[in-house]
Write a protein that binds this ligand. Sequence first.
Ligand SMILES: *Cc1c(COP(=O)(O)O)cnc(C)c1O
Length: 403
Amino acid sequence: MAPALVDETTQDLTNQAIAKDLVNHAKAHASNGVSNGSVDALSELNASRLRITLTNDSRTIPPPTSSQVKSQNACTDHMITATWTATEGWHDPELKPYGPFSMMPNASVLHYGTECFEGMKVFRGDDGKLRLFRPDRNCARMLISATRVALPVFPPLELEKLIKMLVAVDAEKWLPKTRPGNLLYLRPAMIGTHAALGVQRPQEALLFVIMCMFPNLDVPISAAAMTSGIINGEGPPPQHLSTTNPGLKLLASQDDIVRAWPGGFGYAKVGGNYGPTLAAQGEARSRGYDQILWLFGEEKYVTEAGASNFMVVWRTKEGRVEMVTAPLDDRMILDGVMRRSTLELARERLSGGDHCEMEPLSVVERKFSMLEMEQAILDGRMLEAFVCGTAVSTTQLSLRVPG
Ligand SMILES: *Cc1c(COP(=O)(O)O)cnc(C)c1O
């Protein structure tokens, strides 16, 4: 018998390492809580220790249609930063004027992609109130993403508090009450700043939160948009697909490019998932498509579209109506806040019962292939397809089998 090259006990390194990080974190958190004065306890991220330095160079807000806003380059006056070191833990977070960072050229993130981020929106309602949409989910996901790329753990609730503090300071001016229905985009992120070229877990990191003005992405590049409005209640009312309203156009990924794979990091919002897709995305755009529809494997399983989750509503061959989307269990797709919300709403409101005004549907999270989609379209069983994500809200697709 050939000698075993792989020791069984070394399998599943990633999951074991991540689990260990989280358990250690929970233990440290618990021991900090009793405040026994232990010198070894690392400081925890603590929003109540925020140090505030306001800008004395307050900028003017560019008009919503300016190129600065379109390119998402109009950031608000302030940002949140918090540094972490392996020896001391989290330092006091700061709210300070928006501006450049300085770091050494050998910083970990610049070489090894130790970066993760979140994307969320703060809305100014018609009632004048500011609202975040399920920020706890984003903060919990940021912890998962950070852990995947060996960045430090933190209590998600403290990040949520920091985000709200930035909103409290900047939204009054940058999201004025005179612009109800408008929004700002929030970008929490973390980077490994440890200055050393050795390939290792960074010993220093920087957490930061910035906020910028956001263009109206509800209008796809290829065509006029249709937002179904089921999530945010904004935009035009739901419409049925028609030939006059083509919706989003997606280009199915080819065999030479895979976004994510089992055992990889598709489920984490880490920079490493996006840089390698930009050339293909640029190519798709230059050919008149809005985004890439990411397929996986020989079966051409449909996973997600660009940086949003993908869903179809079809009639099964047996005649039932189903809303289908890719599953989370193989950890290839992102656990989208909008995905969850859409599925919850559909299960609650569209699956039958007193409040359901349409033919009830069942919600199914499972693998499904391009072939199944094609067949449903050819059979006339496809009812609709849409993408959902914070950036795109919910946008329908045009459905057509080419050729
Ligand atoms: C951010 C993102 C989504 C959408 O997640 P939301 O939490 O709904 O904004 C989906 N897929 C990918 C790859 C993403 O990066």
